[in-house]
Ligand binder design. Structure first.
Ligand code: GRF
Length: 221
């Protein structure tokens, strides 16, 4: 029985390379999704131009035109709800969201973060991994909860830190892995194989004891 494509809303704030990876996988026919909306808190986000070029509806709201943060978040999510997504994907979305707007979306909102969570939630993750002398770094996809970068982990991608790495080179080497990781995780959701049960991530109905790992063939195992 062929199921309908998974309907996505993607939230962005900047460059949009993770969004672009989802668009490319969709256009290749390897990711059965319909990107119903790309929304941003930055009117000038290049990611919005990528969405427009792909014929995807966009929404940009300026936080400065709201009396306070919660009002912005409430309006943004009210408009996202009108697009009726099955899944919200935070892809380089750089705003901390109010717990009130996240609550109705538990289990239906994921984020990609450029660190091996629970290490380095927040910003400057590549520099922090280097400063700590870590031997490896990576990215994580997790369900979003009110705790910043703290929701239940779905999957991770890892790469060795090289002696010559700077924060920039590390970020550049990690980015393609992020793209493969996010695409693979959205693929699991599109196959309706991924659920959140309280704080446990279920794959095919069975709780994950550790996050799935992206292998060298960009598959999750
Ligand atoms: C990515 O590294 C993502 O993990 C982080 O911000 C960056 C966004 O990149 N949240 P892009 O906008 O998807 O190119």
């Amino acid at each position: 029985m062929s199921r309908p494509p998974l309907r996505l809303a993607v939230l962005v704030s900047g460059r949009g390379s993770n969004l672009q990876a989802l668009i490319q996988a969709r256009d290749r026919g390897t990711l059965p999704v319909e990107i119903a909306l790309v929304a941003s808190d930055r009117l000038a986000a290049p990611a919005l131009r990528r969405a427009e070029a792909a014929g995807i509806a966009t929404l940009a709201l300026d936080p400065r035109s709201y009396p306070q943060r919660a009002a912005f978040d409430a309006d943004l999510f009210a408009r996202i709800a009108l697009a009726a997504p099955d899944l919200i994907v935070l892809a380089g979305f750089m705003r901390i969201l109010d717990a009130t707007v996240l609550a109705p979306w538990q289990g239906r909102i994921i984020n990609i973060h450029p660190s091996l969570l629970p290490k380095y939630p927040g910003l400057h993750t590549h520099a922090r991994a280097l400063e700590a002398g870590d031997r490896e770094h990576g990215a994580s996809v997790h369900f979003v909860t009110a705790q910043l970068d703290g929701g239940p982990l779905i999957a991770q991608a890892r790469l060795p830190i090289e002696a010559a790495d700077s924060a920039d080179t590390l970020a550049q080497r990690l980015l393609p892995l992020e793209h493969a990781l996010l695409t693979a995780c959205v693929g699991l959701a599109a196959a309706r194989r991924l659920q959140l049960d309280g704080t446990r991530v279920l794959l095919d109905g069975k709780p994950l004891s550790t996050p799935l790992q992206l292998d060298a063939h960009a598959r999750l195992a």
